[in-house]
Design a binder for this molecule. Sequence first.
Ligand SMILES: Cc1ncc(COP(=O)(O)O)c(C=O)c1O
Length: 470
Amino acid sequence: MLPPPYKIKVVEPIALAPAQRRRRAIIEAGFNTFLLHADDVFVDLLTDSGTGALSQEQRAAMELGDESYAGSRSFFRLEQAMRDVYGWRHLVPTHQGRGAEHLLSRALVRPGQLVPSNLYFTTSREHAELAGAVWVDVSIPEASDPESRHPFKGNIDVGKLRRLIVDAGREQIAFVRQEACLNMAGGQPFSLENLRAVRALTRELDVPFFLDGTRASENALFVKEREPGNEHRTVAEILREIASLADGAVFSSKKDHFVPIGGFAATDLEGVARRMRELVVVYEGFPHYGGMAGHDMEALAQGIREAADEETVRAYVGQARYLGARLEELGIPIVVPVGAHAVFLDAKRFLPQVPQAQFPAQALAAAIYVAGGVRTMERGIVSGQHGTDPYHGLELVRLTIPRRVYTREHLDYVAEVVERVHAQREDVPGLEMIYEPKELRFFQARFEPLQPFPAFELSESPEPELVPAG
Ligand SMILES: Cc1ncc(COP(=O)(O)O)c(C=O)c1O
């Protein structure tokens, strides 16, 4: 495989905080990696959101940012880029993905209606529910099986979706949502065949169908690689077909559009676009900037074009695969197949001694940080539990790869740190939650260990030995 199609021009220094400082830092952060200070982090695999490197073309485009409140030239360039790559008619810009989720839910949901979706995403579900909807999972069962090698775990169970809509009645469905490279299942794609079936069903039953288009570029690459008949198509062509199969989409552009901030909703549905434009002025800003500065919109317009570049997408997915392969060689339990943007550790198999009610993925993320300054994210019961129902879903730690940022040496280091924790896994205790925020609790919850937390055998090189010259 060819190396990535870019070289590094600007660098940001990072340093490994001493072991004692890391132990202090995780205690101060309440064993929640979101609450660590970046200064205490060495390799930051918390998220791929807003953490990618801008290209020189994006930085150059930012100079053209038009900060006009209304009628900004930058908006029209952004609109053109979105139409060229995806093809929808209407664009409503927002400050980031959840801004778009908010507008879409407010535009489409009547209290009591259902939103069927492949699994869930935290902010997407939150906004649908704040608007009064009931979230319903219609993913295929393989999505929740970390050991299933199904190539398209992002697929929707079309039979289940049909029964749901028919039983509830179409007026009871706010919209159907399908997420590209399904984050909570491990970054798993949907197939074009499945998407076409969902499109046909939603047309037949007259229900709006929206994508969460975040990471659609990587999804297009998976389709090319795995779905017969697509091997000779470009990622750009597949991306365009994906977009043509839905009434619209919401995007967090902080991922595959390579921007630190930004997002949007796009649609062909005139009435939905109108309602979102009415709402955007209340919550985000004028429809010609929606919470972004002019220079943000310029970077985004260029980023949208780069997201359709096959080699760029391939290099990125290749990094996740590389890390996944290293971890599998080491016998570490991960979600297979490796998905788009991250390697997900299966905490239930990694720490079988910790029951799910004691937050094994949260504990494992804390342990990986203490062992080597690598910041990862819990994607298990803390993120997944909702209301008072018990949660028996996936219990994962996400090692997320920022785009165009880290080298293979960084990834090798991460594998070593995970191996170190694995060697001492029996010592990792469960946690107790001592502070639970009401909304999206995983961001700010605080924990305490139920037994002393291990220090780990640290392999930081000691002071270099002084050897006599000569
Ligand atoms: C699939 C998916 N949808 C929506 C969002 C929300 O986007 P944002 O963080 O830009 O608000 C995210 C972000 O993590 C995401 O991964």
